[in-house]
Each structure stands twice: as C-alpha cells, then as structure tokens.
Design a protein around this ligand. Structure first.
Ligand code: G6P
Length: 602
C-alpha cells in the first residue's frame, strides 16, 4: 500500500506529481504530500490529510519546480494526520523521503541510533530519514553511502525516494519487497510505484530489484548494488493506453469496470486463440500441470474467491485435484503438500505481499508456479516461473469486478488447454461459451435499473445482509458478500445455504435481507427451500435464479449459460447491487474507507 512518485527533468513538476498520485490513489488515501525543489534550489513541502484533491488545493501554484517526490498514504504506523503524512524530513530539513512499506525494526533502530532525536511523527518512515541524516552527520558518510547503510540497517519492506537538498539535482531510490519502477525519457527521469502513474510522461521503464540503489538525474540513471557494483538493465515498454485511465462518461470507475466485462470476455478469447481459432497456452505450463498431482491456488480477497471457482473448473475439466488457500494463512500455516504440487497465484495487481510471501517459499522449495495477473511486469509475475495475463485493462476502483471474471475466464481457458494436452475430452468449448457469456453479461447490465431498485428495497437501511447458495453458487455468494461489505459497509455474509440452520439462522429477524443465488440444477431446489425457511422467519428475501430453474417469486432471472461458468453471470447482479447500495448510501464507491487496492504489506 501507499504510492510513491518522483520526477526530475525539464517540466514543471507539480502537476506531474499530483496527477501521478491521483493514479496511485488506489494504493491508499489517508493522506498525501509532495516535496518540490524550485529553480533557486529552494525546497517546498506540502502535506494534507485525506485525498489528493485536498493536497492539490494546498499546493502553491506560483512555484516553478523541476524536481520532486510525492506520496499517497495507507496508514500502518500512526493515525492519518498531517504530521504523519509523507514526505518526512530529517530534523535539519536537509533530507526528505517518501516510503511505501513497513519498517519492522524501527523501534530498535530508534533506540540504537536516534535516542536524542526529536521525532515529529509517529511513523516508522521518519526513522529512515533521521537515520540517513544521522549517518551523514555523525559518521560523515556521503549521501549515497548513508542511504545504503540505512538500507542495510533497516528490516522490513520499503520502496523509497529520497531528496538531499544540498544536491537537489539528484533523486535517490531503493526497494525491498515493495514495488518500484524507474521511468526514462528525453531530459527527465521518474520514479513510480507503478507504470500507470507515469505513463502520461513515458512508456519506458526499468525495474529496480531488491537490494539495489538508484541515483537519478534528469539525464541519467545509475543502478548499483549495495557493494557499489554498477548494474546495467534495459528498459521495457509498458503497453498502457493513458486513455484507459480515465472514467470517460461514467460517474465511477466501479460501474465503468462492471460495464467492461463483456469486452474483457471477448478480448480474452482473442488473446488466447491461435491462428486456427483454437485456445492455446504455452505448452511448458500445460506439461507442468500434467506432471503435477495437485494444483494449489493461492490468493487474497476477491482473487481468493475467484480461486474457488477455479478449483471447480480445474477439477471438473482436467480431473486434477485442486485446493484453494488464503495466502496470509498459507505462509505461516503451510498445509502438508503432495509430492508434485503446481502453484497458481491469482492476483489482479501482482503485488499483494501475502501472496508474494508464499511465492518466495514456493520458489525456495523449487516448485513450479504460475501467476495470473492483470499487470505485466508485476512482482508476482516476474518471480513466478510462468505468467498468464488477464487482459482486463487497468482496474482502478478499489473493489475488484472485471479482474474477478477475467480470472475465472483465464482459469477456464487454462483448464481446457490442460485437458486437451492430456488427451481428455473437455466437457465444454470455452471459447464458444465465453462468447455466449459476453452477450449474457450485456443483458444483465442492461437491466441495471432492476438492481438499483432491488438495492433500494432490500439494502438501503439494513445494517446486515446474507447471500446464500450451494456448490458453485456458494463460491459466488462469498464474493457477493465481500463486494457488498467493501463498498456499502453493510455487514454481509456469504453463506453455504445448507449451513444456515446450524447457527446463522439465529440472526434472521424481520426484514433481514437474504439474497439467494440459484444456478445449479441439483442443489438449487435445496437453496430455494432454505430461502423459504428464512422467509418464514421474516427475512426480506431476494432470489436470483437462472433460466430453467426460475419461479414466479424470483426477483431476477439470469440468462442460461454453461453450468461450469455460471459464476461469470451470477456475480454481475451482485456487483451492481453492491454499487447501487453504496451509491444510495452516499459512499465514495471507488475509494471505500480503510481500504487500498494493492496491499503491499503483510
Ligand atoms: C485488496 C483489494 C481487493 C483484492 C485483494 C487482493 O484487498 O482491496 O480488491 O481482491 O487486495 O488483491 P490482488 O491484487 O492480489 O488480486
């Protein structure tokens, strides 16, 4: 979490930093700040609690500055406040830093080196900048050596950008675990947590690796390791269309991204089809899955929920057993593994720290791994043996929608390719079915007013709500409840409908909203029975069923799609319900409280 930017070059830096931070706001929005150096080498610090928009109002427009660093914060150490907002400065004001990550030994470092220093904030970050200043002042190190020594002393995760006001023509950067890119251009260079934030300036980026330090001037970038050895690394082109980063005519990114799902389904078919029109995936991946005796899917949040559908697809289409694990649990409570595991990491951002922690262990053990991600070049993509891209386009709303459906679609494509590679008949033609699904999603989205109305009748005032389903519908209700919680703040549970009467039904009282998803022919009648049990106890029931399984009483009937792919369609009403509930409650749909899209701390 937290986003950082830096720019040194030939243009006025204020707007570059602020619009970069606007793009990075998905990483946290508790506070924001910039530090800029003007033509007379005078430094100016601006910080504000809350959103970038508030910071923008504070920045003095009249300053012309050509170098600077900026930060948007998701608070870990210290409450959201102006004092705790980055950039942080050393006591003398000479050094200024922005940081994404968590310093685990900041208290020990403070005790060992900085007992006499007065701190202005309660952040772990201020320790870094005070430590650099201490090494410069007490040990007479020059800035780069003090920076390196601080890095060696600190434990934890960090992406850092540093300014020394005695040498303002230079920016310094370093990272460990947290992501950081360097961008290059004619007469300028940039630092950024992701490529999107600086793509308006350049499409050429260089990855910085853990344990490396970069020194940037407007005309050069020098990367070296901690021993001082220079590292040469080519830049790569980030294929991001800056136009994709806007909301267009939509009021919120979330509704734009919900609307984009039919196009994503069609794009995925194109991207994974070969010249003969058959779905194709790198045979090395297929061979490794064939070799393996069990697939382990590891993920967090919405990606974890997509993983459950993926398990079903892999098992039913390929016959290989699959398990799904929360990354944060797997890392510290590792299950007993089979002899030949194959790991799939699902991560929209490709940066989630918990998932990465597991990948590090998997790599250490030498097991094969595949990352499914929306972000080429992301950490999980670089560090896994293989990558498959989601091709969903930038997902900016904090609540994930199109990445969920894209993950399921890519897992279906993978499963079908594995089945064919193994010489097994696939029970479905995935490319054909995804075409049907794209049309079906359009039909449901066209009915958005129905879901707006249902949100008002069922969820406008309630404090809690239940989604229920069985089998594949259970997997979807887990995601439906998460979406509702994230954006509307309604306390929601996605519950296996058969489990209701084993305790949870005690919570049902007059008007408690209970939304049932019924797309499965075998278990559907049982869920309908469970819906009636809660109706008898006063619940405000809403049944969303699939054509062929519908009854008069149902609130909405979904177009029929293939049994194995029903989550791709049944999740759409639940995304719309979450969106409209949040909208009617006056919430900031795209930036729900306390959340961040990319969770880069464990
Ligand atoms: C955060 C986001 C969720 C996301 C989860 C996993 O919690 O708010 O929307 O599902 O991280 O992110 P990933 O990028 O790994 O899919």
């Amino acid at each position: 979490m937290c986003g950082i930017v830096g720019y040194i070059g030939n243009k006025d830096v204020k707007e570059i930093l602020l619009s970069g931070l606007d793009t990075l706001e998905y990483r946290g929005y508790d506070s924001a700040g910039i530090y800029i150096t003007d033509e007379k080498n005078q430094g100016h610090l601006f910080k504000e609690k809350g959103r970038i928009a508030a910071l923008r109002d504070k920045v003095d427009e009249s300053i012309n500055a050509y170098s600077g660093i900026g930060h948007t914060r998701w608070a870990t150490h210290g409450v959201p406040s102006v004092e705790n907002a980055h950039p942080h400065q050393s006591t003398s004001g000479r050094f200024t830093i922005v940081h994404n990550g968590v310093i685990e030994n900041f208290e020990e470092v403070k005790d060992a080196y900085l007992a006499d220093v007065h701190f202005h904030s309660t952040t772990d970050t201020e320790v870094i900048v005070q430590l650099i200043a201490w090494f410069v002042e007490s040990e007479e190190l020059d800035t780069i050596d003090a920076f390196k020594k601080a890095i060696v002393t600190l434990k934890g995760s960090y992406a850092l950008a540093l300014v020394d006001n005695e040498n303002p023509d230079t920016l310094y950067a370093a990272k460990n675990k947290s992501p950081l890119l360097l961008g290059t251009g004619e007469g300028f260079n940039v630092i950024s947590s992701d490529a999107m934030a600086m793509v308006r300036e350049t499409s050429q980026f260089i990855e910085l690796m853990d344990g490396e330090v970069a020194t940037l001037t407007k005309d050069s970038i020098k990367i070296e390791d901690l021993a001082g050895e220079t590292i040469e690394r080519d830049s790569y082109t980030a294929h991001i269309d800056a136009n994709d980063l806007g909301k267009g005519t939509y009021p919120y990114y979330m509704i734009k991204e919900i609307d984009e799902q039919p196009a994503v389904m069609r794009k995925l078919v194109q991207q994974y089809q070969n010249e003969d029109g058959n779905l194709e995936i790198n045979e090395d991946i297929l061979a490794e899955v064939k070799e393996s005796d069990r697939v382990y899917i590891v993920a967090c949040g919405t990606s974890y929920n997509a993983g459950w559908v993926g398990k079903q697809l892999i098992e039913r289409i390929t016959g290989t057993p699959a398990e799904v694990h929360l990354a944060s649990e797997f890392a510290y409570n590792t299950p007993l593994l089979t002899k030949k595991p194959f790991f799939i990491f699902l991560s929209q951002s490709g940066e989630t720290a918990d998932s990465r922690q597991v990948l590090v262990q998997v790599n250490k053990a030498g097991y094969p791994s595949l990352t499914l991600t929306n972000v080429p070049g992301s950490t999980l993509s670089r560090e896994a043996k293989y990558t498959l891209l989601l091709h969903a386009g930038p997902e900016i709303a904090v609540a994930s929608t199109k990445a969920y459906t894209a993950q399921i679609a890519v897992l279906a494509i993978l499963a079908e390719c594995v089945a064919k590679f193994n010489g097994v008949d696939s029970p479905l033609d995935v490319a054909h079915e995804l075409g049907i699904i794209a049309n079906a999603i359009e039909t449901v989205i066209d009915d958005h007013e129905v879901f707006e109305h249902l949100s008002v009748t069922h969820l406008s005032t309630s404090k809690n709500a239940f989604y229920i389903g069985r089998g594949i519908d259970y997997y979807v209700v887990m995601e439906a409840a998460l979406k509702l919680k994230e954006v509307s703040y309604v306390q929601a549970e996605g519950w296996a409908s058969g489990e209701l009467k084993h305790g949870t039904i005690a919570l049902i009282e007059d008007n408690t909203p209970v939304i049932s998803i019924i797309t499965d022919e075998v278990s559907g009648p049982h869920t309908r029975g469970n819906a009636h049990e809660v109706i008898s106890r006063g619940a405000n029931s809403m049944i969303i069923s699939m054509e062929g399984l519908d009854r008069q009483e149902d609130a909405y009937v979904l177009p029929k799609v293939h049994d194995l792919l029903t989550p791709l369609i049944s999740v759409i009403p639940t995304q719309l319900i979450a969106y409209y509930t949040a909208l009617h409650r006056g919430n900031d749909v795209d930036k729900p409280r306390n959340l961040a899209k990319s969770v880069t701390v464990e």
